[in-house]
Design a protein around this ligand. Structure first.
Ligand SMILES: Cc1cc2nc3c(=O)[nH]c(=O)nc-3n(C[C@H](O)[C@H](O)[C@H](O)COP(=O)(O)OP(=O)(O)OC[C@H]3O[C@@H](n4cnc5c(N)ncnc54)[C@H](O)[C@@H]3O)c2cc1C
Length: 327
């Protein structure tokens, strides 16, 4: 009988995604309800040393698929690796972080194995030994709770929602190679170029400063970037400014951009359209800076500042720099 949880661990260029560690930590917590073991699966080229860092997140076993064909992400090769991982441990559930890679991979493998798949899970409930997955709908206005009537179910977990639980003790668990043929790779990534834009990955950032049409023009991004640098934040944007060509789409937050859940989201000159809120309203603290006191964003903000963001943001940046200097 299927039991336990298999967690797909995403790595890029030799670095494990924090959101994968969140998924692994949550699997350990949920396995107490669901029963069975937690297995972490890592795929890539020369990833054995990375696999060695995983035991402190409490898996019972780590599976490693290592080979030149897995150096860069390809749907075909990685789907074969994950499907083989599922075959090897027969889990009841498969978890992954809700990233663009996982959205592609998990749906593919779930379809191949004729299993259900729920994306962007933000909470779990339980019914006996079964997990129920909760996810927001309609831009967070409602929640759906899914129950699974199948021996296997796939879920992706929203980044920054679940805590990473790391053991401070020396923890060991078996680390085993899993031999997988990459198979027929129909599309192969030959090169990747990091964009100079976002220094911190938006979907995993714990602080985001976002700009909308209220920043007046692309020449004013440095005003927001200075605040980002002072706070160690990632730079986000509304769709209006992406469509206007002021900034690249990779910065866009919202329904047709990225979903983010930072500790702190600072919205500068953003009106608070429902499609923007869809991407950020699960942020823990929302600060809105807008010159219109009736702007919709204030209804969703923890703190609101009525004023010109090009005036307020530099003052905020100076104050934060002073705080850093005094500490
Ligand atoms: C299918 C669909 C999908 C969409 N997906 C997305 C999405 O993913 N993300 C997204 O963001 N939008 C999305 N949109 C667009 C969305 O509806 C809004 O048009 C967009 O979010 C508005 O961007 P904005 O807040 O920057 O601009 P505006 O709505 O023009 O708001 C600008 C705000 O800045 C304020 N302001 C002006 N000057 C200043 C100043 N000097 N200082 C401070 N405040 C000032 C104004 O009071 C106003 O509130 C989508 C729309 C559709 C139809």
């Amino acid at each position: 009988m299927a039991e336990g949880i298999l967690v797909f661990i995403e790595q890029r260029q030799g670095k494990i995604r924090k959101a994968s560690l969140e998924a692994l930590s949550e699997a350990y917590k949920q396995a107490k309800t669901a029963g069975g073991n937690v297995t972490a699966l890592i795929v890539g080229k020369d990833v054995k040393s990375l696999a060695g860092t995983l035991p402190k997140y409490h898996p019972h076993k780590v599976l490693v698929v290592d080979g030149a064909d897995f150096e860069n992400y390809s749907t075909d090769a990685y789907a074969n690796a994950l499907a083989e991982g599922v075959k090897s441990v027969s889990p009841k559930y498969v978890f992954a972080a809700n990233t663009s890679m996982a959205k592609d991979l998990i749906a593919r493998v779930a379809a191949r194995l004729d299993a259900p798949c729920v994306s962007d899970v933000t909470d779990f409930e339980s019914e006996g030994n079964n997990l129920l997955a909760r996810r927001p709908q309609f831009s967070g206005k409602a929640y759906t709770v899914f129950e699974f009537n199948s021996p296997l179910a796939f879920m992706t977990l929203r980044p920054n929602v679940f805590a990473v639980q790391e053991s401070s003790n020396n923890v060991n668990c078996p680390i085993e190679d899993l031999q997988v043929a990459a198979g027929d790779i129909k599309a192969r990534v030959t090169e990747t170029h990091a964009s100079a834009g976002n220094k911190i990955e938006l979907s995993e950032a714990s602080i985001i400063v976002s700009g909308g049409r209220g920043i007046k023009g692309p020449e004013n991004w440095p005003v927001l970037q200075n605040l980002c640098d002072a706070l160690g934040a990632a730079l986000g944007a509304s769709r209006a400014v992406v469509d206007a060509g002021w900034i690249d789409h990779q910065h866009q937050v919202g329904q047709t951009g990225k979903t983010v859940s930072p500790q702190l989201y600072i919205a500068c000159g953003i009106s608070g359209a429902i499609q923007h809120l869809a991407g950020m309203n699960s942020s823990k603290v929302i600060v809105a800076i807008n010159n219109n006191p009736d702007a919709e964003i204030f209804k969703h903000a923890t703190y609101g500042i009525v004023g010109d963001c090009l005036d307020v943001v530099p003052k905020l940046t100076e104050e934060i720099k002073k705080l850093h200097a005094n500490n």
